[in-house]
Design a protein around this ligand. Structure first.
Ligand code: SAH
Ligand code: DHB
Ligand code: MG
Length: 222
């Protein structure tokens, strides 16, 4: 089975279950026109994030890695009208494109796009003593994944869900001798999840239009 089949199957499922939607289509078009890399989650993955947020009854969501706001919009749409999503983005241009996309989707009142390095923005956010976040989507620089997981543990409550994108990267994650910072960072994340008694976690491999990758997920139980 190859990439062509994975893409065709994604197109089949997406065509049936994830109807085209003006705001999301326009988000990808505007992101592409602005030269942003096409590394957003796939439509059926975005919908999975939306369903997980609905299942969780999430009222407060923290995302790390906004890009053009595609996953942001999927997640924010699961919020109730008084819900809130904070998303962190290092690249000022990505954040500007995301803000316009989020506004076009009618979600500007619920979404707070913060610009800067997440490891600088997270301590600032913590100092605000925010209400705990119900769901985290970690999807930025992979070398910092273990640090982002630890920050999520500081900002969560019992019952919060922590989702991390891109933990497989074509299978490279199994190479314990790799010096690729993304692989090293993801392996440190999995070690941290395994060692942390406050969570119960799993990780799954995925194939599809975004190639061969996967998600890790941890539920906060204490
Ligand atoms: N979640 C998005 C994709 C994010 S791509 C989606 O699925 O639609 C990863 C993003 O993380 C990029 O926009 C990149 O600029 C940003 N990023 C990289 N390092 C970062 C850091 N240290 N802090 C915050 N954002 C970072
Ligand atoms: C990359 C980042 C992502 O978040 C993703 O989903 C796919 C690729 C990347 O940096 O190449
Ligand atoms: Mg990703």
């Amino acid at each position: 089975m190859t990439q062509a089949v994975w893409t065709e199957v994604d197109q089949y499922f997406t065509g049936q279950l994830v109807p085209h939607d003006h705001a999301l289509d326009a988000t990808l078009a505007a992101s592409n026109a602005a030269g942003l890399p096409a590394i957003n989650v796939a439509p059926n993955q975005g919908k999975l994030l939306n369903l997980l947020a609905q299942i969780r009854g999430a009222r407060r969501i923290l995302e790390i890695g906004t890009l053009g706001g595609y996953s942001t919009i999927w997640l924010a749409r699961a919020l109730p009208p008084d819900g809130r999503l904070v998303t962190m983005e290092y690249d000022r241009r990505h954040a500007e494109v995301a803000r316009a996309n989020i506004a076009r989707a009618g979600l500007a009142d619920r979404v707070d796009v913060r610009v800067g390095a997440a490891l600088e923005l997270l301590p600032a956010l913590a100092r605000e003593r925010p209400e705990p976040f119900d769901l985290f989507f970690i999807d930025a620089d992979k070398q910092s994944n273990a640090d982002y997981f630890r920050w999520a543990l500081r900002l969560c409550r019992v019952g919060s869900l922590i989702i991390v994108d891109n933990v497989v990267r074509g299978g490279r994650v199994v190479d314990g001798r790799s010096d690729d910072p993304g692989v090293v960072g993801t392996r440190r994340l999995i070690d941290a999840m395994a060692a942390e008694p406050r969570v119960t976690a799993t990780a799954v491999q995925t194939v599809g239009s975004k190639s061969y990758d996967g998600f890790a997920m941890a539920l906060v139980i204490a």
